[in-house]
Design a protein around this ligand. Structure first.
Ligand code: TXA
Ligand code: MG
Length: 326
């Protein structure tokens, strides 16, 4: 890793902050922005030089394409071709935590590097007010992967962004804590059948209401999944152990609800994602809790079982990747 070379400005969540963020982005600089899911590392998606900086600041492999963020459906339709299912999904969930992977449109301006050379493009209209103001002001698609070093825990606050990227980006627009806390649901609408590429902020139950079937059934196991869905991701420094019933001495512990694993008194640090077993609250607190447990210095984080309902599927997906062999 090269030494940090620039001073990262922390921009206030007001009109001046948004204007400054937009002008830095228009000049090809990197600005981290708040969204309702996680903070994104923004760059002008139509500018290959700006997009190249995203890959190097994050140390992200270039085969992993970025999501382009737009202010509304009309702007998104200039970038991609929407079939019937894509239109239904966009109308139901935008603005919001849904990303649609669709064929690139002839009028598209997202550069090839942002798409990792694919003929499809990932599009999202975020719901966060500051993000929407910024996108409207910028007037171009904004490439924004999660604003963390590649493979590490996604950021849900400006502090998290700075912990990973201070000195490597021009600014962070501070919008407080992310409300949802896990990344968007990614769905590919490339043929007649929508396929779920990443569980996220829109629970599976709600997708099924719109596409008329369980999106899991739409995923064909013989086809390659999203290029960025690496097995190991969201990784704290500590090892992560799932479905823990008993705690080993010296472990840090991730709890949910009222479940008390055996040996909890041996733990060096404990975080409860939601004492009232509220799965939405658990999602919102997941990444900050993992960061705090990691900061305890424990070599292992033991996580109790978390239910699969609602945002539980996305939480368990992130925990499995955090626990995957590195
Ligand atoms: O909530 C979110 O989606 C956040 C906020 C900032 O919007 N962004 C985010 O971006 O999570 P990122 O880059 O960390 O994840 C994007 C995912 C990756 O798994 C990538 O491989 C996939 O979307 N993706 C992007 N373009 C794709 C494409 N054309 N085909 C398949 N997967 C694609
Ligand atoms: Mg990410």
């Amino acid at each position: 890793m090269s030494d940090p070379t620039i001073a990262t400005a922390r921009l206030a969540p007001d009109e001046e902050g948004v204007a400054r963020a937009a002008s830095l982005l228009a000049c090809g600089e990197l600005v981290a922005i708040p969204t309702e899911t996680v903070y994104g590392l923004g760059a002008d998606a139509s500018d290959p030089a700006a997009v190249a900086k995203v890959f190097s600041a994050k140390q992200r492999p270039r085969f992993n394409p970025l999501i382009a963020h737009l202010p509304d459906l009309a702007a998104a339709r200039r970038e991609g071709c929407f079939d019937g299912a894509a239109m239904r999904l966009a109308r139901a969930f935008w603005p919001g935590p849904l990303t649609l992977v669709v064929p690139v449109s002839q009028t598209g301006s997202v550069c090839e590097l942002a798409r990792a050379g694919l003929t499809s493009v990932a599009l999202r209209v975020p719901a966060h007010d500051l993000a929407r103001d910024l996108l409207a002001r910028l007037g171009r698609p904004l490439a924004a992967p999660s604003a963390n070093r590649s493979g590490r825990i996604s950021p849900t606050s400006a502090e998290h962004v700075l912990a990973d990227l201070d000195g490597r980006i021009a600014a962070v627009l501070d919008g407080g804590d992310s409300a949802i806390g896990v990344e968007s649901t990614v769905i590919a609408c490339l043929d007649s059948v929508p396929r779920l590429l990443r569980p996220g902020g829109i629970p599976r139950e709600r997708l099924a209401e719109i596409v008329g079937r369980d999106p899991a059934a739409a995923a064909s196991s013989s086809e390659p999944i999203g290029p960025g869905l690496l097995a190991s991701h969201y990784a704290p420094r500590a090892r992560v152990r799932l479905d823990a019933n008993a705690i080993e001495p010296g472990e840090a512990v991730l709890l949910f609800g009222g479940l008390v694993p055996e040996g909890l008194n041996h733990a060096v640090a404990v975080e409860n994602l939601s004492t009232s077993a509220d799965i939405g609250q658990a999602a919102a607190r997941l990444f900050s809790a993992l960061r705090r447990l990691d900061e305890s210095g424990a070599t292992s984080i033991a996580a109790v079982r978390i239910p699969e309902n609602g945002l539980g599927e996305a939480i368990n997906d992130r925990l499995r990747r955090a626990a995957a062999p590195r």
